[in-house]
Design a protein around this ligand. Structure first.
Ligand SMILES: *Cc1c(COP(=O)(O)O)cnc(C)c1O
Length: 352
């Protein structure tokens, strides 16, 4: 037997590229175009360098308490991790251990099937309806757990909380994870449903709406029981997940609620304006409630537009995958960045 026969093999997730060019316009990974809250910068500048000798707080006590206060839950209902990817991966290992297939949409965050494959969790992809909304009936088949983003990515579509509740109602015996990575851009969080469903886990991130993708901060909120199980697994893999600077800066980001609200409001305003201009340019898209638009052009293939934009150092996301290979996911940047993109498209798409 060769050693390679005993390797855990998996086809990894492919993240959006991170080019580093001077004047590029980066609209491909849904980062926030604005800096983190001003207090975060101050903390970075005044960071006690000597403290880096020490291990960080394994429980991220301050951050957990800050998030609990902010969302009106108990600290024992909050779990934090190194980006929501870390939180989600830990949740997959912890909660999807029945051997039965878990359910998620066919068009969704493309990390879900990677974690399922890695942890040997069977899964069924539930096709979205033609209007790209969830097909709720498909989430009522026998399963070992459910996960979906709300709003969904890359469609940008938000499902009403009545839809989320219908799925929860049909799945009381398994864990249901709602990935709310984009909820701060005009969606509505299903956190209030925690009072009725102790099998619901709500996952959020600091990477998009809180401008801190580089620090890798994510969290989830659920019943105390669920959070205990998550911590048991986390403390069986790596106790010191979140580094000290991230913990300290994340607390400050949550405290500055006015800044957070102004940034998300600005992005929503830009998004709504860009929607109108893109319609005039011949694009169609599901009605996004996120910080991106998932657009197709009436006559020019997405791949062609993607490549033309790339030539201009304007980076957007394109997947050469069935059902979505004529769409571009365009992150909402600053007004100026969006205008540069729209100006180029106006010329490029003229008479087409
Ligand atoms: C961006 C994203 C995440 C991961 O974000 P982190 O940077 O790891 O916090 C998770 N789910 C969805 C749907 C996302 O778009």
């Amino acid at each position: 037997m060769k050693w390679e026969d005993n390797v855990r093999k998996v086809v990894p997730y492919v993240a959006g590229e991170q080019p580093n060019k001077a004047n590029m316009i980066k609209l491909n990974t849904n980062e926030c175009p604005y800096p983190p809250a001003p207090g975060v910068r101050k903390l970075a500048e005044e960071m006690d360098y000597d403290k880096l000798r020490l291990y960080p707080d394994t429980d991220s006590t301050m951050l957990v308490k800050e998030l609990a206060d902010y969302y009106g839950v108990k600290p024992a209902q909050v779990f934090v991790g190194v980006g929501s990817d870390d939180v989600l991966a830990t949740a997959f290992v912890t909660f999807f251990d029945s051997g039965k297939p878990i359910l998620f949409p066919d068009i969704t965050y493309s990390f879900y099937d990677v974690w399922a494959d890695l942890y040997r969790i069977p899964y069924i992809k539930c096709p979205l309806k033609d209007d790209w909304h969830l097909d709720v009936e498909l989430f009522k088949q026998p399963n070992g757990g459910v996960i979906f983003p709300n709003p969904n990515a890359p469609t940008g579509l938000f499902e009403d909380l009545s839809v989320v509740e219908e799925i929860l109602e049909a799945n009381r015996d398994v864990v249901v994870i709602v990935d709310e990575a984009y909820v701060d851009f005009g969606g509505e969080s299903c956190l209030p449903l925690l009072e009725k469903y102790d099998n619901l886990l709500v996952v959020q991130t600091f990477s998009k709406s809180r401008s801190m993708a580089g620090l890798r901060i994510g969290f989830c909120i659920g019943s105390e029981k669920m959070i205990k199980y998550l911590n048991d697994v986390k403390f069986s893999i790596n106790s010191y997940t979140m580094n000290m600077p991230s913990q300290v800066m994340a607390v400050e980001a949550v405290r500055d609620d006015a800044y957070f609200k102004s940034v998300t409001a600005k992005i929503i305003a830009t998004r709504e304006r860009v929607k109108k201009e893109m319609i005039e340019l011949g694009f169609t898209f599901p009605d996004s409630r996120t910080n991106f638009i998932f657009a197709s052009h009436k006559s020019v293939p997405a791949k062609e537009i993607f490549e033309a934009l790339r030539e201009q150092d304007i980076y957007v996301r394109f997947w050469n995958k069935e059902r979505i290979n004529n769409s571009l996911r365009i992150t909402i940047g600053t007004d100026e960045e969006m205008d540069t993109m729209l100006d180029f498209l106006r010329t490029f798409l003229k008479d087409r």
